[in-house]
Design a protein around this ligand. Sequence first.
Ligand SMILES: CC(C)(COP(=O)(O)OP(=O)(O)OC[C@H]1O[C@@H](n2cnc3c(N)ncnc32)[C@H](O)[C@@H]1OP(=O)(O)O)[C@@H](O)C(=O)NCCC(=O)NCCS
Length: 197
Amino acid sequence: MSETRCYPRHVKTDAGDIEFRLMTRADEAAVMEFAQKLPSHDLLFLPRNISQPKVLSAWVHEIERGAITSLLAVKAGRVVGCGTLVRDPHSWSPHVGEIRMVVSLDVRGQGVGRALSQETFAVALGAGLGKLSVQMTVDQQAAIALFESLGFKAEALLRDHVRDVDGKTHDIVVLGHNVAQVRAQMEAYGLPDAVQP
Ligand SMILES: CC(C)(COP(=O)(O)OP(=O)(O)OC[C@H]1O[C@@H](n2cnc3c(N)ncnc32)[C@H](O)[C@@H]1OP(=O)(O)O)[C@@H](O)C(=O)NCCC(=O)NCCS
């Protein structure tokens, strides 16, 4: 799914040098350590709790099956972020990909999330997808600001859609980005390469 991109890649952020590479089974322990340190509220946008070994193992299986591409952001050998692209070529939405992203608390606000979102976005474009979606709890202001700045727009509000470990429900906002439409508009303006991997 990353036809046009080669990994590992390195970017400089305010958190230092970050390596982006594709996640494999060999990363399971490092990703578990990363996931278990995340506040559980920050995992509510995911369909399953990735800090549980069974869920992580199923995730790796999906990577090996090709249904999921996960990019890890690694700082000095430690996983500090993960950007995932999920799609289902056999569904009625083969042109749609969902982006899921999370960054370690200790490096937030230093540009890792922006770099990771751009990288994950590029993987999605490289996979030829026409539409991208992303979802988060409504209080994730950084995530909403980040994806809006990439051109995503609010498409749905799912009330009381997730329940946290204390039994409290939270609303989920779904943002979408019609990449194909933006690409077509840019071509109409004579800017054919404006949306590219
Ligand atoms: C969303 C998330 C990945 C951002 O990671 P990050 O490394 O802190 O992001 P960055 O430092 O690159 O900041 C990116 C943008 O977010 C916005 N932002 C960052 N912190 C913010 C805050 N506290 N409040 C509002 N906006 C904020 C800014 O617009 C920033 O843009 P800039 O590059 O112009 O400054 C991180 O907050 C996170 O893991 N959240 C929990 C998981 C989640 O909800 N994911 C969303 C589902 S995809």
